[in-house]
Design a protein around this ligand. Structure first.
Ligand SMILES: Cc1ncc(COP(=O)(O)O)c(C=O)c1O
Length: 472
């Protein structure tokens, strides 16, 4: 029977009055203790009452932290028994072509796009100016293929803080968005003899040309309300799996804590690589975001993040957090691809992060997008009560399931387009027609609140206009 860990082993440096909520400080300290192996798999944690007393915290703060880490897969909590460190938590630190669109949509419901009018132009400009004025001459030379050190350090710090990753600057590589990151990873996998990669179905892989053109065989794995069906992997003989655990694209599911653990176990046992696409993990509206899988297994997971949703796709900025074993090959592949991403932009990003502008922008946009989502959900409930909204309150779009007796998805999309409504369907993301329920992906970030209700009403009218004729 494992003994209970003592509070002193967890080394929780709680600092009051520092502006970081106690609950967050406790979560971070526990996560770190697990990542660093100070809390080993199977270790029993002190009861929330004891822990709270010893640290002088309210018991609810400890309960909250335990719940968050259980949701992320670091801890296992069962009603009536002690909370323990999960087995796989031991980590050694040791759009498809769009149809021709009328120039100005009346209602732009395309998924996955942030509101560009919110881009923090002033702050970005200030950062660029400052970098240009102050960067040493050496910063204008060919960069390290992984990116400028200062920028890698800023990005690693940011993702560790906001996404609970275990990143280090030396294993961080800056690239041109997820698209290039994925290409580089696939290239490296191929040189290591990987031929097949499991992908979520429905999933981004079937829409993204980068994944399809990678030369790897895509092996579809179904997705349900708890994310990718991990139990299918064992039979598939794949060398890697590509997943969107924080917010499955496009269904909106979150990978459950049990499946997160099984996925890591699969990677460890089969020597497979998990490719984690954390494209919009920062945007969660119903609770705190679930930490990234990479934090639980930095040697099993290659993490790819992107600025496309949190800032703008036009920046073409992304980052790879690599296992130690892949970073050299990835750097080589990046060097061969383009000799490294634009140096001044990287330094501007570092400045943007370090000055707190990114956090501020995220706070602002999270609030705006969550209001827009709530407004859209209410309006859809009113005008399309027969359609179910799937997935969690997160990201930049919601998934609207169409009733089976309704018109075909493609007809609805084409009909909507004629009415100036731009929207995507689930079909684009499926391995084959019929591998999932017909649904629409409704992006809500680009419509101001006053137009959302109006847009939902217009969408409902477009759907009704192409309704299948009733049977005999
Ligand atoms: C699932 C998913 N991952 C990643 C991205 C971001 O890609 P990029 O960083 O290349 O713009 C997108 C953009 O649409 C996406 O839908």
């Amino acid at each position: 029977m494992p003994r209970r860990a003592r509070v002193s082993e967890v080394l929780v440096p709680i600092e009051r009055g520092k502006g970081v909520p106690l609950r967050i400080q406790l979560q971070r300290a526990l996560r770190k203790a697990i990542q660093e192996g100070r809390l080993f798999p199977g270790a029993l944690l002190p009861s929330s009452r004891v822990f709270a007393e010893e640290l002088g915290l309210a018991r609810g703060v400890v309960v909250d932290a335990y719940e968050q880490l259980a949701a992320e897969g670091y801890l296992i909590s069962r009603r009536g028994s002690a909370t323990l460190v999960a087995h796989r938590a031991a980590t050694s630190l040791s759009a498809a072509h769009e149809p021709e669109l009328p120039a100005e949509p009346r209602y732009d419901f395309r998924p996955g796009r942030p509101d560009h009018s919110l881009f923090p132009r002033g702050a970005w400009l200030a950062c660029l100016r400052r970098v240009l004025a102050t960067a040493p001459d050496a910063a204008f030379d060919y960069p390290d293929a992984r990116g400028a050190r200062q920028a890698r350090a800023a990005v690693a710090g940011y993702v560790n803080r906001s996404r609970a990753t275990a990143a280090t600057p030396d294993r961080t590589l800056l690239c041109a968005g997820f698209a290039q990151g994925m290409r580089l990873v696939c290239e490296v996998l191929k040189t290591r003899g990987v031929r097949r990669i499991a992908v979520e179905d429905p999933g981004h892989a079937f829409e993204s040309s980068e994944v399809r053109a990678s030369g790897l065989e895509l092996v579809p794995v179904p997705v349900d309300d708890r994310g990718i069906c991990v139990d299918r992997l064992a039979r598939l003989k794949v060398g890697a799996v590509y997943v969107t655990p924080a917010h499955q694209y496009p269904t909106g599911a979150v990978l459950s804590s049990e499946r997160r653990a099984s996925l890591l176990a699969w990677a460890a046992e089969q020597r497979g690589l998990i490719v984690e696409d954390d494209y919009d993990g920062e945007y969660r509206y119903d609770r705190e975001p679930i930490g990234a899988l990479q934090g639980l297994g930095p040697e099993l997971v290659v993490y790819i993040g992107s600025a496309s949703k949190i800032l703008a796709p036009a920046l073409r900025m992304g980052w790879i957090l690599s296992p130690q074993t892949l970073i050299q090959d990835l750097s080589r592949a990046k060097l061969d691809a383009d000799r490294g991403s634009a140096g001044m932009d990287q330094l501007a990003l570092a400045e943007f992060i370090e000055r707190g502008y990114l956090d501020r922008h995220l706070r602002r946009t999270r609030l705006i997008y969550s209001r827009r989502r709530a407004q859209l959900a209410t309006a859809l409930g009113m005008y399309l009560p027969e359609c179910r909204i799937r997935g969690i309150a997160a990201g930049l779009h919601l998934t609207l399931e169409l009733p089976p007796e309704g018109a075909a998805e493609s007809k609805i999309i084409a009909g909507a387009l004629r009415r100036g409504i731009h929207i995507h369907g689930m079909r684009t993301y499926q391995a084959r027609a019929g591998s999932g329920k017909p649904a629409l992906l409704v992006g809500y970030c680009r419509l101001p609140e006053e137009k959302i209700k109006e847009g939902a009403k217009a969408l409902a009218a477009a759907i009704r206009a192409v309704r299948r004729p009733a049977g005999p």
